[in-house]
Design a protein around this ligand. Structure first.
Ligand code: FDP
Length: 333
């Protein structure tokens, strides 16, 4: 990577992922998946491995001088590092996605996205101007009713378009890291004997084949009737496509990236705003999908990366990830 600061940040993320991979591999899965009697800020039951994973990232990331602050799905609010006051990057991450799959030995993974502040921290005029412009625009035409909190906009982040790098690390039969920037999306596999991530596939682009569709179809009783989504699923079934749903978003999205197909997690009557979290799951996967030639939209057809940075750190969102062929079919319905 040509940006030395991003390189340093990725080194810290890699180090965290390796430590987490070793922890997951070396501990009893039933111990890791035991609940710790608490609910996190996203209202999910917290498992021991969620806490362990979060602690690992929290202990390693502050050591990188380019990181101004971080927030994870397990945190109530962001942590800012006083020693890195003038740093320009902010990281949102899901320390271990799919953690409910740990006890049955199914792939889980860490997901992250790195925002670069549009303006340096000392440029308050620009930051205020930017914030006010966004606020006016929202008041005029925002159908999503997202209100901007001054706190989150103090450094000028507007939306997912301010992400400069995103990726995930899979903990499965192999430990694999996917890193995506506007320039390139590359997949690396961890080599236990060298202790390094080695390049497996460079310059990934999305396969234009659709052997599978991927959705939790068990929730079809909660879907909105006669929607574009239900019509699309009927089409998949009529065509005899195979259904795949691992139940770890990170593994389901990875399959679509490597073997083709889509990933669909729509809103429903139980989760009218969607189920997955915008900052920790939805933005990063959308950034990756766009970079490799795919499309990422909400179920009312808004490009996800255009959705304003959330007022609530744990805001949920619907997410539909398509390759071009699937997208065209969906839009024609
Ligand atoms: P998990 O709670 O195990 O972390 O992040 C939420 C998530 O997993 C996703 O990885 C996964 O796609 C989804 O939950 C599965 O939830 P449902 O079984 O309710 O669809």
């Amino acid at each position: 990577m040509s940006n030395p600061e991003l390189n340093d940040i990725l080194c810290a993320i890699k180090q965290s992922c390796i430590e987490l991979y070793q922890t997951v591999s070396n501990n009893n899965p039933f111990y890791l998946s035991s609940p710790v009697n608490s609910i996190n800020s996203s209202s999910d039951t917290v498992l021991r491995v969620d806490l362990i994973a979060n602690d690992i990232f929290h202990s390693i990331l502050p050591q990188c001088p380019h990181i101004h602050g971080i927030i994870s799905e397990e945190d109530k609010e962001p942590t800012y590092f006083p020693a890195n006051q003038n740093a320009e990057y902010f990281i949102a991450f899901d320390p271990i996605d799919g953690s409910k799959n740990i006890e049955n030995n199914i792939t889980t993974g860490s997901i992250f996205c790195i925002f670069k502040y549009p303006y340096p921290i000392y440029d308050n005029d620009k930051n205020n101007k930017n914030r006010n412009e966004v606020r006016n625009e929202i008041e005029i035409n925002d159908p999503y009713e997202n209100i901007i909190s001054d706190n989150q906009y103090e450094r000028g982040i507007n939306s997912g378009r301010d992400i400069v790098c995103a990726g995930y690390c899979l903990f499965g039969a192999h430990c694999q890291l996917l890193v995506s920037t506007k320039e390139s999306t590359d997949l690396f596999t961890y080599n236990i004997s060298t202790g390094l991530f080695e390049l497996t596939i460079g310059q990934i682009s999305l396969p234009n084949i659709n052997p599978f569709y991927c959705i939790n179809q068990g929730y079809s009783y909660l879907w909105y009737e006669e929607s574009q989504l239900t019509a699309f699923i009927e089409l998949q079934m009529m065509r005899g496509k195979s259904l795949r749903f691992v139940g770890s978003m990170v593994a389901d999205v990875h399959r679509a990236i490597i073997k083709g197909g889509n990933f669909l997690y729509p809103s429903n009557s139980k989760h009218p705003n969607g189920r997955l979290r915008l900052l920790y799951e939805v933005y990063p996967m959308s950034f990756i999908f766009e970079n490799i030639g795919g499309v990422a939209i909400t179920d009312d057809n808004k490009p996800i990366l255009d959705v304003y940075f959330p007022e609530n750190w744990h805001q949920r969102s619907s997410i539909l990830l398509f390759n071009n062929e699937d997208y065209e079919e969906f839009m024609a319905l």
